[in-house]
Design a binder for this molecule. Structure first.
Ligand code: ATP
Ligand code: MG
Length: 434
């Protein structure tokens, strides 16, 4: 026998039992985006390394140590995307989408970061990503947050909390950077190697450090909110007023700086207390300077990214329903002739009632064994077809939930009969045990 090929660390397989949760998250997100008029964009997984260096910033964890980069055939450097925004901005510029236009966009897909794998932190992970281009005022900031809040509502997720901050304009931040540099320079002996490098390159990044030994020093650092420019102050007040109006709760977190350099003004993060230390489930902010930084015409922009693995874990942890995969009807078929006729019958029901999800057993075995599987599937109704039924030209129909007697149905009447019984049974069980 050949040797087994091991999977890569931090890269997960999503098996069918798990995939149903992903599908539920994806379809809820698509529905939410449709409600707000966001349109899908798809961009490559590979880009020039330079794109991410310029967009995300040289002194970030992502660019310094997490990117999967390699040499292209012609010697140029390519990178697997660590996030989606840079590629979308690149695409918007390359395709001329930003000339006096506004766009509300979303995308889904895998991202790659060479981090230390642990619960909620992987090397290939997946994001749902929303971006808006061409909107200046705080209305779009509020709307984007509302889209995410609606998604929590659609999924039945309650244990999330919104944190908000403003980073001000690039100029205000440049002034603050000097204040911060002076502060950390005074305490240089207490800094770790990463932070010392950042003290020169970008002292703001020190605030984002996950080293617990620096926590106290960071907590004592001067606050950016005390150095905000007037315009950013107004913008931030506008956003807070809109969220208050919409009834979205939040807490102000003056320490929230985010791990990427391109943000300006609004930044936010949805956090949960249900997942342990990987607590950020959706993060974003405004990046008004990024389009010009990547060579495009000046365009205000804002976006967020949601970590799908973490949200799926949260859905599972909180027992949010995954009903989309529960069949409505389960066909129990016994004997070669009845099985052949039953498969055709299931096709006829699918044709006549496209909304019904129908599962045929196909596992063979006794009626008893098949009924057990029918029960476990969560289906509302079982259809039974054996030699006896076939001889009489009927199928036996048995409600599995909410009581009701077994009855016979002629083949022609079966689709309508099943539709009636499924409706009478009400919504599917929350989470069938399979
Ligand atoms: P964290 O602080 O947890 O490292 P981040 O600030 O690096 O997150 P972003 O770059 O803003 O995260 O990405 C947006 C979202 O993507 C995060 O809120 C998180 O839910 C998810 N995410 C980020 N990195 C990973 C990862 N390595 N594995 C799984 N999910 C991730
Ligand atoms: Mg990170």
């Amino acid at each position: 026998m050949s040797e087994i090929i091991e999977p890569l660390r931090g890269m997960n397989d999503v098996l069918p039992d798990e995939a149903r949760w992903w599908q539920r998250l994806e379809s809820a997100a698509r529905a939410a985006f449709a409600q707000y008029g966001y349109r899908e964009i798809r961009v490559p997984l590979l880009e020039r390394t330079q794109l991410f260096k310029r967009a995300i910033g040289e002194y970030t964890d992502i660019v310094e140590k997490e990117m999967f980069t390699f040499e292209d055939r012609d010697g140029g450097s390519l990178a697997l995307r660590p996030e989606a925004t840079a590629g979308i901005v690149r695409a918007a510029i390359s395709n001329g989408l930003l000339h006096n236009q506004r766009h509300r966009l979303f995308t889904f897909g895998p991202m790659f970061r060479g981090e230390r794998p642990q619960k909620g932190r992987y090397r290939q992970f997946h994001q749902i990503d929303a971006e808006a281009f061409g909107y200046e005022g705080p209305d779009i900031d509020a709307e984007l947050i509302l889209v995410s809040a609606r998604l929590w509502k659609m999924l039945g997720i309650e244990r999330v909390r919104l944190e908000l901050n403003s980073l001000g304009t690039a100029e205000a931040r440049a002034r603050y950077r000097e204040v911060l540099r002076a502060y950390f320079a005074k305490h240089e002996a207490r800094l770790d190697a990463d932070s010392r490098r950042r003290l020169v390159g970008n002292p703001l990044r020190i605030l984002d450090s996950k080293n617990p030994e620096l926590a106290e020093l960071i907590a004592g650092a001067p606050l950016l909110t005390e150095h905000l420019d007037e315009g950013s102050r107004e913008h931030f007040a506008g956003l807070r007023a809109r969220l208050d109006e919409a009834g979205v709760g939040y807490t102000l977190n003056p320490r929230l700086v985010r791990g990427l350099d391109y943000y300006s003004r609004t930044v936010f993060e949805w956090v949960t207390d249900a997942l342990g230390s990987q607590n950020a489930v959706c993060s974003g902010g405004r990046y008004d300077g990024l389009v010009t930084q990547l060579g495009g015409t000046p365009t205000p922009a804002i976006g967020w990214a949601l970590g799908m693995e973490r949200v799926v874990m949260l859905m599972q942890e909180l027992g949010c329903a995954a009903a989309a995969e529960v069949p409505h009807v389960y066909f129990v078929l016994a004997g070669a002739a009845a099985t052949a006729r039953g498969l055709r019958l299931a096709e006829e029901v699918r044709d006549a009632q496209p909304r019904l999800r129908i599962e045929t057993d196909l596992g063979g075995g006794s009626f008893k064994a098949q009924f057990k599987r029918a029960d476990k599937s969560g289906a509302a109704v079982a259809v039974v077809l054996g030699d006896q039924e076939l001889a009489r030209g009927v199928a036996a129909v048995k409600p599995l939930r909410g009581g009701g007697e077994q009855q016979d149905s002629g083949f022609a009447d079966l689709p309508a009969c099943l539709a009636r019984l499924v409706d009478a049974a009400g919504p599917a069980r929350q989470d069938p045990g399979r």
